[in-house]
Design a protein around this ligand. Structure first.
Ligand SMILES: [Zn+2]
Length: 231
């Protein structure tokens, strides 16, 4: 009962905003002093509370200006899970907030990389190259319990550690689509797409785009934060 109440308090207080880190910290300290270790272990499967690394990630994500909701952990099939994920609802540019469409649960570290990329890679490039801020990043989703095509290996999508980005809508109304504009757009649009692809490679572990293969002709696959593979 106590642990459940604490977990709920933790989720509520971890929604980004002023003082969220302090609120989360005090909730966790209350938990460590009031619940015995055995009680916390016994309650873990029913009412999971984020560990300190996850709380740190949520605080970092909140500091980017992103709006999000932490989601409960779930396990689906073997190799398919949503652990430490969030639902992003808005991202912050330097001067404005913008949306992200069609995105499901994303693991916090990947969401943090995405939020940083959206601001420093995408929104700034849109203003500098195309003369308009971003209004929305369009995606083809994140979590999906599936294998890498043609293999027995689970895709990073099966752990909610990858996001497929299909396009961008600018505040002036222009819509940029990977499928149409990677090769067919005007010079500025093609430059914009190559700049945001390159900046994604600095922030994500694996980035696959239209030059990788035909399966990626309509989106950027942005995955994790580990070792670098950029195509
Ligand atoms: Zn993908």
């Amino acid at each position: 009962m106590l642990a459940g109440a604490l977990a709920l308090a933790g989720c509520g207080s971890l929604v980004p905003g002023g003082g969220s880190g302090a609120a989360a910290g005090s909730a966790s300290r209350a938990g460590s002093t009031q619940a015995s270790p055995a009680a916390r272990i016994a309650s873990a499967p029913q009412s999971y509370a984020p560990d300190s690394a996850e709380r740190g990630c949520l605080a970092d994500l909140g500091a980017t200006g992103a709006r999000f909701q932490p989601l409960p952990d779930t396990y689906a099939a073997p190799g398919c899970n949503k652990l430490g994920t969030v639902q992003l609802s808005a991202l912050a540019g330097d001067r404005s907030t913008f949306g992200v469409s069609n995105l499901g649960p994303v693991r916090c570290g990947t969401a943090k990389a995405f939020s940083d990329w959206a601001r420093f890679g995408v929104d700034r490039a849109a203003r500098q190259i195309l003369g308009s801020p971003i209004a929305r990043i369009e995606t083809m989703g994140s979590y999906s319990c599936r294998n890498v095509a043609g293999t027995e290996r689970r895709s990073a999508h099966a752990r909610a550690e990858a996001i497929d980005v299909s396009g961008f809508v600018l505040e002036d109304g222009r819509r940029i689509m990977l499928r149409r504009d990677w090769r067919g757009g005007d010079a500025a649009t093609r430059e914009f797409l190559r700049v945001v692809h390159k900046s994604a490679c600095k922030r994500f572990g694996t980035v696959l785009g239209p030059d990788y293969n035909a399966a990626h002709e309509d989106h950027f696959h942005l995955e994790g934060t580990g070792g670098k593979f950029c195509r």
